[in-house]
Design a protein around this ligand. Sequence first.
Ligand code: DAH
Length: 344
Amino acid sequence: MKEQLEKIYANATEDLTKVSTIAELEEVRGKYLSRKGEFNEIKKNLKNLSDEDKRVVGALANEITQKLENALKAKHEEFYKKELNEKLMKERIDITLPGKYTPQGRVHLLTSTTNEIVSIFQSLGFSVVPQEHSPEVETEYYNFDMLNVPKDHPARDVQDTFYTELASNVVLRSQTSGAQIHAMEGKNPPIRVISPGRVYRNENINARKNNFFHQIEGLYVDKDITFGDLKGVLNEFIRIYFGSSRPTRFRNSFFPFTEPSAEVDVQCIMCEGKGCRTCSGTGWLEVLGCGMVDPNVLKGVGIDPDVYSGFAFGMGVERLAMLKYAVDDIRLFFNNDERFLKQF
Ligand code: DAH
């Protein structure tokens, strides 16, 4: 039996020299050390020996299985380290590789410009009218009639205004000024509001004109409002928006809903006033219309023009953005060319 044990041990040791993976190692363990393994078969026969032999052979069996266990353990550790290293090498991360590009959205220049203008007027005490008081699809009543625009005014012409097929008097609004009427209807002064939004005009599209664009309407009605208040507010707005160094001018003008009326020009940023394609050679770009609210408009919404007065203005958002960021073509705002949009 002693020889048998030594023979098995020799075989096991021989087998161990041939294994090279943990899986093969486990096969060897199964073959010799499991319940059905070769050593157990021998141990089962111990009971047939004399007490003296039982003790000697039993001790030897224990000693040999222990040695084999140790050898298996050592091999297991060696293979485990080897296999782990191979796995780590295979899964190695090259931290010098460039990362995956995730495109990031951003706020459109017209939206950020609108937000900036709105927050300047908010800081001057104006609040934004609710969206339902500023519809893009509007009746002639709000877009023209209540703004004192005569029935035969050329702005009403289909060459200038888009009429819808909803009804003969329903238009895509050509100006945000209708929001003034919505803001005043059924309310008592003081009223101090602004209303940003999109407007539509039947234009031939070129570098300065698009068939839709954006305006911000403003209205302040209270007792004792004067043209001085109008100039003060607009000059303050321009100073904050452009900084104090940009030359501007108030110019006489006419609008049916204001009397007197004016327009504000800002010096062209592209040519610094020398005259270029963007400013049609004048050196100036008009950015807004304004004036004292016509008494007829106040009367129309039930506000007594002998008690109250007010000023109003409407500014072009694209123009203001073009003049601040030197954008020389209005179509750039709407072409969705990332090379342009990414710059802001
Ligand atoms: N609605 C005018 C336009 O689109 C701009 C304007 C001029 C608005 C004078 C006003 C104003 O509120 O008082 O050209």
